[in-house]
Write a protein that binds this ligand. Structure first.
Ligand SMILES: Cc1ncc(COP(=O)(O)O)c(C=O)c1O
Length: 366
């Protein structure tokens, strides 16, 4: 192997995400329920801000994300100051900053499969070893003791996701607190909260109160989901003053483009839009459970804008059959959930089309 190249970057570990509609290359009406996108469209306030910003493309953007950091602090009612937020081009880039900041050759990360594939991939790109402490059957609960037992002197990052992609499960307050009370100081707990607005469990928690208490925890967040800005690639994290200051080293000049900055600030003020989105997703989620139960399709209750199902047929065959019916869904074997399919909650119209297609596909093959 050529010594010029880092061996761990040559493992072919590229992310195999869901296809875009243009990649499908069809004029047919397709309901895209494969990438957990917003069911309707982008935040109107963000769109207006982007249009306005387009007149100033000849100028460089703000040198740093300071205005967005301040808007984030305001959004969180100044619970922590602007300097404890850090911004980037998507939640994925925030994860990349964390992984580059804390992991490398000879160091270890812990993930809990089924999990978002990026944790494993980006950690591998830094030469780190990734240990899996799988979520527990039957409902994908966190194995807190298993995680604590897997920690070594080399562990630097524990990745938690709440609500979790692709299972829809979440990390209850008691589990998070038990973990935070027992982890050593040489590691950070990452709490990926990109779906947090869709949750309604009474013991659901975000990282905020633990950051305020000084625990070594980092929240990861995104504008892709609730604000409908996936194409713009905007994300943020927040943590303790010490960790935020450390990660802000990656805040290179002009990191965010002006569209992202303006869209992000405007989206944070578009609470009405978020409320409408969340109300729709939560009420559709309940309706879909009822239909899945009626059709006797194995599924798990979700705190996110998606529901994991396990159809009674092979996952790839099922996915193709659904696509023929105009519904794009996502097999998630590569997330550690073989045989399972993740289906995004769409508009009432899209969900009705999904359920009709599901019935047809499962009946025809029964
Ligand atoms: C759990 C989780 N974290 C982070 C992200 C990254 O979101 P983005 O890079 O679009 O901000 C996603 C996207 O699907 C996700 O599911």
């Amino acid at each position: 192997m050529n010594r010029l190249f880092k061996p761990y970057l040559q493992n072919g570990g590229t992310y195999k995400g869901g296809k875009t509609l243009s990649e499908l290359g069809t004029d047919r009406k397709i309901y895209k329920l494969s990438s957990n996108e917003h069911p309707v469209g982008p935040s109107p306030k963000a769109v207006a801000a982007v249009k306005k910003a387009a007149n100033n493309f000849h100028f460089y953007p703000d040198r740093n994300g300071a205005r967005l950091q301040t808007a984030l602090s305001d959004f969180y009612k100044n619970e922590i100051p602007a300097g404890q937020f850090f911004t980037g081009n998507s939640g994925s880039e925030i994860l990349d900053f964390i992984i580059r900041g804390f992991l490398g050759e000879g160091l270890e990360a812990i993930i809990c499969n089924p999990a978002f594939g990026i944790y494993n991939m980006f950690s591998g790109w830094q030469g780190a070893t990734v240990k899996d402490v799988p979520l527990l059957a039957p409902n994908f609960g966190l194995d807190v003791d298993g995680i604590l037992n897997a920690i070594t002197d080399k562990t630097r990052v524990i990745f938690l996701t709440s609500p979790n992609n692709p299972t829809g499960s979440y990390v209850p307050r008691a589990d998070l607190e038990k973990l935070l009370d027992h982890v050593p100081k040489h590691l950070v707990v990452v709490l990926d909260e990109v779906y947090y607005r869709f949750s309604d469990a009474p013991d659901f928690v975000t990282a905020m109160e633990y950051v305020k208490k000084g625990h070594q925890i980092i929240a990861v967040n995104s504008f892709s989901k609730t604000y409908g800005l996936a194409a713009l690639r905007i994300g943020y994290g927040y943590s303790t003053p010490e960790i935020a200051e450390y990660l802000l080293m990656y805040n290179r000049p002009f990191l965010l483009n002006q569209l992202s900055i303006e869209a992000g600030i405007a989206a944070l003020s578009d609470e009405e839009f978020v409320q409408e989105t969340v109300t729709m997703v939560q009420s559709e989620r309940t309706k879909i459970y009822a239909a899945l139960e009626q059709m006797d399709v194995t599924h798990w209750k979700s705190q996110g804008n998606f529901i994991l199902i396990k159809p009674s047929m092979e996952a790839t065959t099922f996915t193709e059959a659904m696509l023929k019916e105009g519904i794009m869904v996502r097999p998630v074997a590569n997330f550690g959930a073989p045989g399972c399919i993740r289906v995004t909650i769409g508009t009432p119209e899209a969900n009705a089309a999904y359920l009709a297609a599901l019935k047809k596909v499962l009946t025809v093959t029964a």
